[in-house]
Structures are given as C-alpha cells and as structure tokens.
Design a protein. Structure first.
Length: 548
C-alpha cells in the first residue's frame, strides 16, 4: 500500500503580491486553493493583467475535485474566469459574498454554465477526496474571508488566507484565535501564513481609527469630498455612507467595480445606503459642501474613475479648487509612482489631498503573525503572500517562535512540497511562469515582446520601405524612411537623408542570388550602426521590402 501524501504546489503568491493559486494533490485527486490575478508593473507595457500559469492545472484537469476560495479579492479570485474557459464543470466553494463576486465575473463573460458555485459558512465542512476543509472566519478588508483548517491523510494543515487579528468586523465574525488553537490541538503539521505586513512592528490599527479620521475630515471640509479606496473595502464604504448621513452629504459613485460591489454588499446585508446615492451619470445639482464623490482608482490606474476625473477625461466630474481628496488605501508595491503623479496633479488643480492616516490595513502586523504562529504551533512552516523579503522575514519570525530551522521553508512558485506521515520533501520545480493577458491574447505576450515594447518606448522606431523589381532587383520606389518616437524636428532631416544613402549603398553592393531577408538584415544592421554613431541612439529599424 502506498504511503499517504499531500503535495502542495504554489503557482503564484510566493515572491509577489498577487497571483495567489495553489494545487493540493493527494492520491485521490487535486484541489485548487484560490486563483487570483496580479496587476502589471511599469515594465509590462500594454499588459492588462497577469494570471497564474494554467498548464500545470490543465495537464491534470481530470484530477481536479474542486476549487476553494478564501475570500473575494481580485488577487484570489480574479483569474477564475480564464481557468473556467478551459475547464467545464468545476465546482467552486467559498463564502456567499465571495461567490457573489465570482458569479458577476462569470456572467459578464458568459461562463456561468461552466461552473457550479457552492456557498459555505463557518459551520460547514467540505470533503474533497481525502481532504476535509473547515472554514475559520478571519478579519480582513473584505467581508466573509476564511482561513482553511484542513484534515489531510498526513495531518492537520492551516492556510490562513489574508488576515489580521481584529474581533470587530463588518460581517460580525472577526478573527478568533481560540478557534485556531482548538483545531491545532497540540500543533498542526503545516502552517501556511500571510506575510504581507511582517515588516510592520506591533499590531495593525483597527478600522474604527480610520472612521474617526474620516469624521474629522468631513467636519472640516468646506467643499466637495472626493474619496478613493479599494472597491471591495465594504466596511470603509459603510463608514463613508455613515459620514455622508451624519454631515448631510449626497454620495456619487464613480467606477463600475465599485458600483457592483456596493450592490452585492447591500444584497448580503453589509451596507446601508445613505439617504442620497447617485451614479456618476446623474450628478446632483447641490452645493459643493453637500457632495461626496466615491471613486475607484486608489492605485493610479490609468483607466480608473479617479484618473479620468483628475485628467479631465470624465464626462461628468472634474477635480476643482477647494476639493478635499482622501486617498484611503496604501499603494501596492510597484504602483507608488503612478499614485504620486496623481497626487501631484490634484495639488496643481487646487485640491487638498489627504493620503496619510486614512487607511487601516487588512493584513496583520508582526505581532499578529507571531500570535498566529503561537496558536498553530506548526511542525512545518511556509510563509506565503508576499515579496521575497517578506517571506524571509516571516521565516525568521517562525524560527523565533520555535519552528525548527530545517522546517521553516522558503518556497518559490512552482516548487512542490510533499508531506508524508513521517517527514517531507521538496520536489523538482515545475515551469510556473505567469501568463500575461493583453486584450484577448493570453500568454502570447512574453519577454521578447515586452523587450520590443520597451525599445519602442525608449528609442523609437524607423521604418524603411522600398519596392524592387522581382526579376532584376532594380529599385522601383523609395527608399522612404518614416520615424516615430525617434526624430521629430526638421533640423534632423539630414540624418534621415544620409540614412537613405546607406540603403542605396546596400542595394548597389547587393550580391547575386541575395534574398530579401538577408538584404533586410544588412539594411537594419547598417542603419542601427549609423544612428548609434551619429546620434547615440539605437531605434528599432524595420525594413519593409516589396518585390513586384
């Protein structure tokens, strides 16, 4: 009889903020835990979103027993539609609010017939193969988030999901450490724990502190209030609604994801609307000091409502002198420059911008992570959900809490960890390169395309077109040289004229039986050398040679 095992392979979320997705495999099948996206960084030009690698899942699609979702943030559920476009009949388990957000995504893409959504509460257990999942409520910046307490053939496992330790939350649940202690008993076999804020000392501040800050700002603001936040932060949205009611302000909602999440939260009883709530298509004609604009765009996304409002591209709304703008979120790593540009532009327009002290994180600080380690008392520890430095600091914290040095493991995406009853082993890494989504293309943009886009963005492009006689090789038209992002004033026309002479030289020196491809390579090489020597620039050179 084969020895029982559990192999956990992260496909994202280890070494980055986002892309959370794991495969849990036993002899009786495979369970997926989360399937999230990550937003592109500044070097991923033109990319819409980044999703986990799908091939490792699709190669074993017949073994997939279901997907467990810890909570409804995009970095945990956002890639599910891409996976479901390849797998039909997958069952997804999650809290009612989480699944309502997933359902909206699937309906938008016409994928509802490809999935079965099964809501679970903290009282429910889900048995998939020989894994039994219990759902422990945790406090986070979205309602109905769960940690996973799992009974497996090799012992008890805890996956914390995203959490902070706060007994007061909008869903009335909070994080109950006693429930973790009770499940762990004398200690769990493996703890996988959120590492996002391990570098932050002490404890995270409760959401009530932010609400008090909002009240101070509302009471002092003499004009409009423009507030941006993550569209899923329902508890803070409720605080804004309460402040609007208290200070007799109408609320204007701008941003499709925000409007959808507000409606879903109301349906689940997490929100009470203020007396006056308007979509941005019907902005009320009210005095400035009686309006609050609630907008998406806290990360400076170029397509977001706030960016369009600031840049004058929104049809109904503009930033005005005297506005008070509240940036009620922390910039995700990689988004700092975009957020700063937005803040500077709002100051130029005469707004007062509040971006300090108006946010409370949904991820526990160092002492909360320590408390989780002490409650779980794991034999083996794996930090997750963080950049590499976060994982390293969390590993060190686990060592302080008594985990044996050889049992505090730093995994990479694609690194399988296999637990047996008598020990564990690290398997050979599998390919786990994330997929870039650009429009309708998934995975067709890779490192080479991104490099070309970076070159186009930094050095520009020069297109050389000429028409040749197919029989004699005689030049019939051209060469015509067009540049974009390279030179743009007439004082550089002589450079392009000299470049034409280089093309003619290549035609005159063309060997017999020379084909178009080799001619194009020589033209490209000679022109790049010329531009580097004359101008110190290295544009992308594209020869377009037509034979007729």
């Amino acid at each position: 009889m084969n020895e029982p095992f559990l192999t956990i392979t992260p496909l994202g979320g280890l070494g980055e903020i986002g892309l959370n997705c794991q495969m849990w495999e036993t002899e009786r099948g495979m369970v997926l835990v989360d399937c999230g996206i990550m937003f592109p960084d500044d070097l991923q030009l033109g990319v819409d979103v980044v999703i986990p690698p799908l091939d490792p899942i699709l190669e074993r699609r017949d073994q997939v027993l279901g997907m467990i979702l810890t909570h409804g943030h995009e970095d945990h559920i956002g890639a599910a539609p891409w996976l479901l476009s390849h797998i039909k009949g997958l069952t997804l388990y999650g809290s009612p609010f989480t699944l309502s957000l997933v359902e909206h995504k699937l309906r938008e893409r016409g994928l509802m017939d490809r999935a079965q959504l099964v809501p679970v509460t903290a009282r429910d257990d889900v048995e998939l193969g020989d894994l039994r999942f219990h759902f422990l409520p945790v406090s986070h910046s979205i309602p109905q988030g769960y940690a996973l307490a799992v009974e497996s053939p090799v012992g008890r496992i805890i996956h914390t999901g995203d959490f902070k330790i706060d007994n007061r939350s909008i869903d009335g649940m909070g994080t109950d450490l006693e429930a973790f202690r009770k499940f762990a008993g004398s200690g769990v076999r493996l703890l996988l724990s959120d590492s996002t804020n391990v570098e932050m000392a002490g404890h995270s501040q409760p959401e009530g502190v932010v609400k008090a800050s909002l009240r101070d700002i509302f009471s002092a603001a003499g004009g409009r209030i423009v507030l941006t936040l993550f569209s899923s932060h329902i508890e803070r949205i409720q605080s804004v609604f309460e402040m609007a009611r208290e200070f007799d302000r109408a609320v204007v909602i701008s941003g499709r994801s925000l409007a959808n999440n507000i409606e879903k939260a109301r349906e689940h009883g997490f929100l009470q609307y203020p007396p006056q709530l308007y979509p941005d298509q019907t902005v009320p004609d009210l005095p400035q000091d009686r309006v609050v604009i609630l907008a998406t765009g806290s990360q400076g996304e170029p397509w977001s409502a706030l960016t369009r409002i600031v840049m004058g591209e929104h049809k109904q709304l503009r930033i005005q002198e005297g506005d008070t703008v509240i940036m009620s979120s922390r910039a995700i790593p990689g988004n700092g420059q975009a957020v700063n540009r937005l803040i500077n532009q709002m100051y130029k327009l005469g707004a007062r911008v509040m971006h300090e002290g108006v946010h409370a994180t949904g991820h526990g600080h160092c002492e909360e992570l320590r408390a989780m380690l002490i409650a779980a008392r794991p034999e083996v520890f794996v930090p997750m959900h963080g950049e590499y430095r976060h994982l390293a600091r969390h590993r060190d914290l686990a060592l302080e809490c008594g985990v044996a040095p050889g049992n505090a493991l730093m995994l990479d995406d694609g690194q399988p960890l296999t637990l047996h009853r008598s020990g564990f082993e690290l398997g050979a890494k599998i390919p786990a390169e994330s997929l870039l989504v650009d429009g309708k293309g998934v995975g067709d943009v890779g490192a080479l395309v991104l490099r070309e886009r970076q070159l186009l963005g930094t050095a520009g492009v020069v297109v050389v077109s000429l028409v040749l006689d197919a029989k004699t090789g005689t030049l019939l038209h051209g060469p015509v040289i067009v540049s974009r992002g390279f030179v743009f004033t007439r004082r550089f026309d002589h450079v392009l004229d000299d470049a034409k002479c280089l093309v003619l030289d290549q035609l005159e020196d063309r060997p017999e039986n020379d084909d178009i491809a080799r001619l194009g390579d020589r033209i490209r090489s000679s022109m790049r050398s010329f531009f580097r020597k004359v101008m110190g620039r290295d544009p992308v050179v594209l020869p377009v040679i037509t034979e007729i």
